[in-house]
Design a binder for this molecule. Structure first.
Ligand SMILES: *Cc1c(COP(=O)(O)O)cnc(C)c1O
Length: 426
């Protein structure tokens, strides 16, 4: 198998004689067949092929195949957003009356999706701290628990998930571990190597890398044996009445059942597909992912070290600093670097943060992260604006917290920008 840098450039698509070198954009909603019988086989899932882009599209599939290779999985699907990827990853194996255990250190959008919106669908979530003890996590499981969920590097708290420990706990309880691997990307961490069963991504972030397209992906390791827990996962292990009585694990095997069901049922009914043009742009991002990630990490490391030494800085949270409480875990799971996102606070608190941000020129103020451009956000003044200072502290995003997503500009310019802005702060 080729190395990950080669997979970034060439994975998922090998053109045949005379075919386009670049992944073609198949900008067509529909596909033509000679006979109704030909098309009937596709609708019965008896032949593979394309009929309607809401279910599958060749451009989307080629890019999904590349991400599948990068993660070392057996099957993958692209979604219209990271939110859709996380929703499908759970809803594919849960129905009303089911329960999921999730790390509390996850993206705010995911936290709300799980704790509010999916709760309204009758799926219950119990949140556990990523640093909870094994006993505490085991105690959160119930007979109707169908999955354990976490984020490799939490956005924006930057906690590191002990993937191997969480995988062992999930498997001891007979459920898969689902990991949102958005921040490290497979360049810096491949959760399947540590026992995770399903990986999700907001491709919107580093994979796209240029702030052009919202998108997501779900990858299956093919390692979780649904048939061993057949009573828990009837959707995968018993006939699907909405698909001519197909049993996914029988027809597509352990390696293909989860993603096939996700496409055949959830894409069919919810339609959260990316446009083929967006997938094409995502692929351009993937082609340089292995070059960009090390630069993000290197630049972030330099900025974190600079901030930690600065007299006006109160604290810095970045797992590449030996002083960080997740440094040891990061050395295990992220030996080549974590990502470009840092959070920090100034001694002058909220007021100083506001002043500091007025004077930045290289880092732009944006809600986005994980982009080639350095971006900065003061959540207390933006995403978390409705919360009081006490509420902010309670959710781990204090009024002084500044989130800096370090880009791939020249690090000397980024450092000079930060240093200059700090001179305006009391
Ligand atoms: C941004 C993000 C999401 C949501 O992705 P969208 O593409 O914005 O829907 C999910 N998980 C993590 C870790 C993220 O950073």
């Amino acid at each position: 198998m080729s190395k990950i840098a080669t997979q970034c450039v060439q994975g998922g698509y090998t053109p045949k004689n005379g075919e386009p070198r670049q992944i073609p954009i198949i900008q067509s909603t529909t596909f033509k067949y000679d006979t109704s019988e030909d098309m009937g086989l596709l609708f019965d899932l008896k032949a593979s092929g394309y009929f309607y882009t809401r279910l599958q599209n060749p451009t989307n599939d080629l890019v999904a195949a590349k991400i599948c290779e990068l993660e070392g999985g057996t099957a993958a699907v692209l979604t219209s957003s990271g939110q859709a990827a996380n929703f499908f990853s759970i809803f594919n194996i849960c129905s009303a009356g089911d329960h999921v255990v999730a790390s509390s250190a996850i993206y705010g959008g995911t936290f709300n999706l799980f704790g509010v919106t999916m709760k309204r669908m009758g799926i219950d979530f119990t949140f556990v701290r990523p640093d909870a003890t094994d006993d505490e996590i085991h105690a959160a499981f119930r007979p109707n628990t169908k999955a354990l969920f976490g984020e490799t590097i939490a956005n924006p708290a930057l906690d590191i998930l002990d993937i191997e420990r969480f995988a062992n706990i999930a498997h001891a309880n007979g459920v898969p571990l689902i990991v949102d691997n958005t921040f490290p990307t497979p360049i810096n961490c491949r959760p399947f190597e540590w026992g995770a069963d399903i990986v999700t991504h907001a491709t919107t972030k580093y994979m796209d890398g240029h702030g052009t397209c919202v998108g997501g992906a779900i990858v299956d390791s093919g390692n979780f044996c649904w048939d061993d827990h057949a009573d828990k996962y009837p959707g995968l292990t018993t006939p699907d009445a909405s698909y001519h009585g197909i049993t996914y694990t029988k027809q597509f095997g352990q390696a293909g059942a989860f993603i096939t069901k996700c496409v055949a049922q959830l894409m069919r009914d919810f339609g959260c597909i990316p446009s083929p043009h967006n997938s094409f742009l995502l692929n351009l991002g993937l082609e340089s992912l292995h070059v960009r990630m090390p630069r993000h990490c290197e630049n972030a490391q330099a900025v974190a070290e600079f901030l930690e030494k600065h007299p006006k800085v109160a604290w810095v949270n970045f797992c590449g600093l030996p002083s960080n409480r997740y440094y040891a875990l990061a050395q295990k799971y992220l030996p080549n670097g974590s990502c470009g996102v840092i959070s920090f606070g100034l001694k002058g608190g909220r007021v100083a943060a506001e002043e500091f941000m007025k004077h930045l020129q290289v880092a732009i103020i944006a809600t986005h992260v994980a982009d080639a451009h350095s971006c900065i956000l003061h959540p207390a003044n933006a995403t978390h604006r409705q919360l009081s200072d006490d509420e902010l502290r309670a959710c781990g995003v204090g009024p002084d917290l500044i989130r800096l997503s370090v880009g791939i500009e020249d690090v000397a310019d980024i450092l000079a920008d930060v240093e200059n802005a700090l001179t305006f702060v009391k």
